[in-house]
Write a protein of this length. Structure first.
Length: 260
């Protein structure tokens, strides 16, 4: 379903861009929505497809066996939607707030049975009782519902007929509604915990196309979490899961279609 949605978004963007390109070949036609960008405020909505995975920094003892990584991630394709609010600063700069809802599902594989060699402990780490990891213990399917609120500063060029290129960058406040951060259970009870409140930075580029009734913007955006999302397992849990990961951060590449 998610892959189908992403393909549909890409196909729609290519089709519209081709149609717009056909318009640009006619030099004597009227420019469309000439006064649209002179408004102090404007509104719209967007749809997007996402490609998400994790940036992982592993613990040198519990997360690696020599040069072998004991924890790996599998990326996923997902989708989202949201609203657009634009505030015009001048002819070249806008501030955009684009709150959205993003849905994601990723997979982490913990091949950490090797950590049994540390069961006797050391001055830095207490001893623990090993357990045999099943397939269910090794794999974590992590579902996330993210409330994403980016604030972007947009720099755009001059209009060329009915199009205008732009770049944008800014910061995001992101709430993970499925973080399980307050759960008393942890990975030993099959509960993966991550942070609820997160911060990220984003960069975006795209082209705005002007039609008779609306403005369409296909764009590519990268979003990268700045904080560590990993919540440590309970002190009595063996070091097979969170102890193997020093830093866990979401990173996403989005294809966005904006309608204003």
């Amino acid at each position: 379903m998610n892959k189908f949605l992403l393909k549909a978004l890409v196909l729609a963007s290519v089709s519209i861009a081709s149609f717009a390109d056909a318009q640009f070949r006619t030099r004597n036609r009227m420019d469309k929505l000439e006064d649209f960008d002179q408004q102090k405020f404007s509104w719209g909505f967007f749809l997007n497809g996402n490609r998400l995975d994790y940036r992982i920094v592993l613990h040198p003892r519990y997360g690696m066996n020599g040069n072998q990584n004991l924890v790996t991630s599998k990326e996923s394709i997902s989708f989202g939607a949201g609203l657009i609010t634009k505030f015009r600063l001048n002819d070249y700069l806008d501030v955009r707030v684009e709150p959205g809802l993003q849905f994601a599902q990723r997979q982490l594989d913990f091949n950490t049975q090797y950590n049994d060699v540390y069961q006797n402990g050391n001055p830095q780490n207490p001893p623990f009782t090993p357990i045999g990891l099943t397939d269910k213990d090794r794999v974590r399917e992590i579902k996330s519902t993210l409330v994403d609120v980016p604030v972007l500063l947009e720099l755009h060029g001059e209009r060329w007929y009915n199009s205008r290129p732009y770049i944008a960058a800014g910061v995001n406040y992101i709430v993970n509604l499925q973080s399980n951060s307050d759960s008393e259970d942890d990975n030993q009870q099959q509960v993966f915990r991550s942070t609820t409140h997160n911060f990220a930075w984003s960069a975006e580029m795209g082209i705005q196309f002007y039609f008779n009734k609306f403005k369409l913007t296909p764009a590519i955006r990268g979003t990268f979490f700045m904080n560590n999302e990993m919540v440590a397992d309970n002190a009595t849990t063996p070091p097979y899961w969170s102890a193997a990961v020093s830093t866990l951060q979401t990173r996403a590449v989005m294809f966005v279609l904006k309608f204003e």
